[in-house]
Design a protein around this ligand. Structure first.
Ligand SMILES: *[C@@H]1O[C@H](CO)[C@@H](O)[C@H](O)[C@H]1NC(C)=O
Ligand SMILES: *[C@@H]1O[C@H](CO)[C@@H](O)[C@H](O)[C@H]1NC(C)=O
Length: 218
């Protein structure tokens, strides 16, 4: 009996701990004061008297983004940086738009699981586990797909019409590390002899990859 209870308790704790991402909040609201200059685990809270509805509102993902980069996709974030009221609440959204042929290149979110809902078009998506197994699927308007926390993943529009998704994250600020940009556009740069040895390529090939990648902006 005690063993059964213990097993149930362990399962319960496991479910709630595994599902969790950002730490839990300690008050109703803690709207980010981006000018406070101090960071706790997140942002300091604004004075409650200064909080308004606007702190919980964002209209910036209503329309498709203008896509003008070399990969043909654009992420429009709706996280704590755009919505200060999300501070300490452990959730956020993004809208991602893809031109025909557009790619959201392989990347990870160190602090969140991502779940996408396809608004328009169709995508070929995938994530890779730490055992290097690829899980991949073609998804279309209305479909949902999940990218587990921290795992490398991508979305590619192989169709001939634009595509768009709404992405949700269990973090106020999931963080994005684009694999190619992290390795080939960091400041200061990753030493060439690390890249040549890791990828088994020449310095000329390293330079060629670097020349095709714009430095990371966010
Ligand atoms: C934000 O933090 C700054 C610096 O501590 C403070 O002067 C200001 O009053 C704060 N703003 C609000 C709205 O709480
Ligand atoms: C792309 O669009 C963004 C936002 O509309 C703009 O800030 C940026 O300068 C543009 N980049 C290029 C290369 O046109």
């Amino acid at each position: 009996m005690a063993a059964k209870f213990f097993a149930c308790f362990v399962a319960f704790v496991a479910v709630f701990n595994v599902a969790k991402s950002d730490p839990d909040l300690l008050q109703d609201i803690c709207v980010a004061n981006a000018t406070a200059g101090i960071k706790v685990n997140g942002f300091a809270c604004k004075n409650d008297a200064a909080v308004t509805e606007a702190d919980f509102f964002f209209a910036g993902i209503a329309n498709p983004a203008v896509i003008n980069n070399s990969v043909g996709s654009m992420v429009t974030a709706a996280n704590v940086m755009q919505i200060p009221g999300l501070n300490t609440l452990g959730v956020s959204l993004a809208r991602i738009d893809y031109l025909p042929g557009g790619l959201n290149p392989p990347h990870t979110h160190p602090r969140a699981t991502e779940i996408v809902f396809v608004l328009e078009g169709a995508l070929d998506v995938g994530f890779i586990t730490t055992a290097n197994k690829l899980f991949t699927k073609s998804i279309k308007k209305g479909d949902v797909f999940v990218f587990p926390k921290g795992l490398v993943h991508f979305q590619k529009n192989n169709g001939n019409v634009p595509a768009a998704v709404i992405a949700a994250f269990n973090s106020q600020f999931a963080g994005t590390q684009v694999i190619a940009a992290a390795l080939f556009t960091s400041t200061p740069p990753v030493p060439d002899n690390v890249l040549t040895q890791a990828f088994q390529i020449s310095t000329a090939e390293v330079d060629k990859i670097k020349s095709g990648l714009a430095p990371k902006k966010s």
